[in-house]
Write a protein that binds this ligand. Structure first.
Ligand SMILES: Nc1ncnc2c1ncn2[C@@H]1O[C@H](COP(=O)(O)OP(=O)(O)O)[C@@H](O)[C@H]1O
Ligand SMILES: [Mg+2]
Length: 232
């Protein structure tokens, strides 16, 4: 496997299980993975195979029971909560299947929110949020609320929000799962542009057609990587 850049994500022996009553669900059972800067990677696998668990770990929304995670050269397990929150906010942009936007806030305000948490001042916040929305083609929709936007436009607001802190990594968990095929194509074109601009993208999908846009496809099954190959 050739990588275009130095690893930004290194997972070594990652395991995560969930206690469920008398039993334990082993969602991830020893995952080793390197993702280099600027890669575009698709993660595929059956429902319940551990894809979202893996994404949440990569995104520092969850921590493993075992194994080591090195993000941009830093061992995540050794970071304190405050540092971890800062890393998450700065390094990682997350896009979800269900958009997760604030319904009562405008597109602009939704995109500004991560900057509020990052302590960025009002005028710079406004400027950067506007730029992020322009970048995803929504310069003309900044004052619209989610209910006044199409599904594809909502997802583009979510992408702008994920990008506004200029994270090194964009994580997307089934970002086109709730979109019709035309709208999904728009979102995928946006990811192609971001990849061309140098972003590292990790995307979970059920759809082989979506996965073919990526340069590398990782297949997981029962909490383990079963295949990892360059996309011809
Ligand atoms: N919060 C949780 N509590 C208990 N079990 C969970 C939780 N999240 C995921 N699981 C279980 O872990 C396994 C992997 O889930 P997940 O990572 O969501 O899979 P995928 O995204 O591939 O569908 C599944 O068996 C699922 O039921
Ligand atoms: Mg999932």
């Amino acid at each position: 496997m050739s990588h275009p850049g130095a690893p930004v994500i290194t997972l070594c022996g990652i395991a995560r299980s969930y206690p469920m009553g008398d039993t334990t669900v082993h969602a991830l059972r020893g995952v080793d993975l390197d993702i280099g800067r600027g890669e575009y990677v698709a993660i595929m696998g059956p429902s319940g195979s551990g894809k979202s668990t893996l994404m949440n770990l990569i995104g520092c929304l969850d921590s493993p029971d075992a194994g080591e995670y090195v993000l941009n050269g830093r061992r995540v397990s050794q970071m304190r909560d405050r540092d971890l929150a800062a890393v998450r906010n700065r390094e990682i942009g997350f896009v979800f299947q269900t958009f997760n936007l604030l319904q009562r806030a405008t597109a602009l305000h939704n995109v500004e929110l991560p900057l509020v948490y990052a302590g960025v001042g009002r005028s710079e916040r406004r400027e950067r949020a506007e730029q992020a929305l322009e970048r995803v083609g929504l310069g003309g929709r900044m004052q619209h609320r989610p209910g006044e936007l199409s599904g594809g436009q909502r997802q583009r607001v979510a992408i702008a929000r994920a990008l506004v802190n200029q994270p090194s990594i964009l994580l997307a968990d089934e970002p086109t799962g709730n979109l019709d095929s035309t709208t999904a194509a728009e979102i995928l074109a946006t990811f192609d542009d971001l990849h061309a601009a140098g972003h590292t993208i990790v995307l979970v999908t059920h759809d082989e057609g979506v996965a073919r846009r990526a340069r590398r496809i990782i297949r997981i099954r029962d909490g383990m990587i079963e295949a990892d190959s360059a996309n011809p």
